[in-house]
Design a binder for this molecule. Structure first.
Ligand code: UDP
Ligand code: UDP
Length: 456
């Protein structure tokens, strides 16, 4: 077959971790849609880590037939047994020879028109350059976190002050200032290996041909204006969100969640979940249980078990029995998008992983923020102080959120004036997000602009 007549193929290289794989899969679905008609290959490492990995990964089998998934060998790579930034980064680095081989064989069969990686796999830029393939970074979170990364090298040159010692950090276009302690773990100690790696990633990102962000203009208008200025000295930034899971995964056993929700009053249930990896300390878990009970609201709580042991054994004695009329506790991997979209769900206590945030907004569900790691504290500030779609219960001395504080926040979200305002705001954003994706919308247009920047 002549090279030009071969079907264009976009290769997506995804780091391990559901927070990367889920939005990458949605990007694949978008590219494979009839309008774009690309062949897609997702290259990633075998899913490991959790006991519920089978449920977690099963959504990959529901992708369109023009999307193929290549699992790279894990070899002797033990690093993907953890999702810490250093480990995921090293795991991606170790995979580069395999990525090179995979690209070589794909190029012999099809015309590879772009390589897109997430930000933890940006060292793949070298491989893209070897093959003369345009290279893009998919940034699965917001423009605020992106603009920090785009500025961090400059800040690093300008000052030796540790980030937590800076009074506030306020960059152009930010709707809210943050404190250094709101940054991810990697930025808490400038002497750390994690910090060195993050700086390295920031430098690699600047070599890309462009960045695709899972945000949308109407969510972060001022920043979008700045980052998307048509200026040849800027790295092109395309906002293509909200990319959320569009298709539910029939294979996931929901432990009766949906049936239970069917029996609850409309908008009455607080959904409590901390993403694919988040866990709480025993002390915090107990406080949260008491907080939920004292709030006297309906709740559906997904408790992720730590190291295979069951966290439900730590719950206060009699908790499940006392709350059986209003509360359901499950330990399995659930279909979050189905729960958020259920008529009975009225609030979401979330760890603020960006996929969860986008899913909540697109389901019109206001939030209580409970950030745990990575850029989640930035996300929480944006949601609470910048956009006004969430509340944040204060952390007391000792780093624990007290039961009374939790109960008050839950009551306010589900029944109070503040909750009503947040719900109104989140519904406005849901509409704006839907519009952004429509044929006249900002994200639709940006995606078309990105596509026209690569030779199909
Ligand atoms: N998720 C799910 N079921 C669960 C836990 C998580 O479907 O039991 C999905 C959730 O809907 C989201 C993703 O996993 O799409 C988690 O991504 P997020 O960015 O929110 O957090 P992370 O897990 O990366 O910290
Ligand atoms: N991460 C995770 N579980 C953890 C810690 C981190 O899944 O317990 C993932 C997180 O989703 C993110 C990445 O690891 O994609 C980076 O986390 P980290 O906080 O180290 O990043 P930072 O913001 O400090 O660069």
């Amino acid at each position: 077959m002549a090279h030009e007549t071969m079907q264009p193929r976009v290769v997506l290289f995804a780091s391990p971790g559901m927070g990367h794989l889920i939005p990458m899969s949605e990007l694949a679905r978008l590219l494979a849609s009839p309008r774009h008609n690309c062949a897609i290959t997702i290259i990633t490492k075998a899913l490991t880590v959790s006991s519920s990995e089978k449920d977690k990964g099963s959504f990959l089998s529901s992708l369109p037939s023009s999307v193929t998934v290549d699992f790279l060998p894990t070899n002797h790579d033990h690093s993907i047994n953890s999702f810490k930034v250093n480990d995921v980064f090293l795991s991606a680095l170790n995979s580069l020879p395999d990525l090179r081989e995979a690209l070589r064989s794909l190029q012999s069969l099809s015309r590879v028109v772009a390589l897109i990686t997430d930000f933890l796999s940006v060292d793949a830029v070298a491989v893209a350059r070897e093959f003369g393939v345009p290279f893009f970074v998919f940034f699965p979170t917001n423009l605020m976190a992106l603009s920090f990364l785009l500025n961090v090298t400059r800040i690093d040159h300008e000052t030796t002050t540790e980030f937590p010692d800076m009074p506030v950090i306020q960059l152009p276009g930010w709707c809210v200032a943050i404190h250094g302690t709101d940054l991810g773990e990697s930025f808490q100690d400038r002497k750390s290996e994690a910090y060195r790696m993050s700086l390295h990633m920031a430098k690699q990102i600047s070599k890309a041909d462009g960045i695709l962000s899972n945000s949308f203009c109407e969510l972060e208008p001022a920043l979008a204006n700045i980052l998307k200025e048509d200026d040849p000295s800027h790295l092109p930034v395309y906002t293509i969100g909200p990319l959320v899971r569009s298709i539910s995964d029939q294979q996931v056993n929901m432990s009766g969640c949906l049936e239970w929700l069917d029996h609850q009053p409309s908008g009455s249930v607080l959904f409590v979940s901390f993403g694919s990896e988040g866990t709480l300390s025993s002390e915090q878990l107990v406080e949260l249980a008491w907080g939920l009970e004292l709030s006297r609201q309906h709740f559906l709580w997904v408790i992720r078990s730590r190291n295979g042991s069951s966290d439900t054994t730590i719950l206060p004695e009699g908790f499940i029995e006392r709350n059986k009329e209003v509360g359901l506790v499950v330990q399995s991997w659930v279909q979050q998008i189905e729960i958020l979209g259920h008529i009975s769900t009225g609030g979401f206590l979330t760890h603020c992983g960006w996929n969860s945030v986008m899913e909540s907004i697109m389901s019109g569900v206001p939030m209580i923020t409970w950030p745990l790691y990575a850029e989640q504290r930035i996300n929480a500030k944006l949601l609470v102080n910048g956009i006004g779609v969430a509340f944040r219960p204060e952390v007391q001395d000792g780093g624990v959120v007290h039961r009374d504080t939790i109960a008050a926040a839950v009551k306010e979200l589900m029944q109070g004036e503040g909750g009503r305002d947040a719900r109104k705001k989140v519904l406005e954003l849901k509409t704006a997000g839907g519009k952004a994706l429509s044929e006249v919308g900002s994200s639709f247009k940006d995606f078309a602009k990105w596509k026209s920047s690569i030779v199909m």
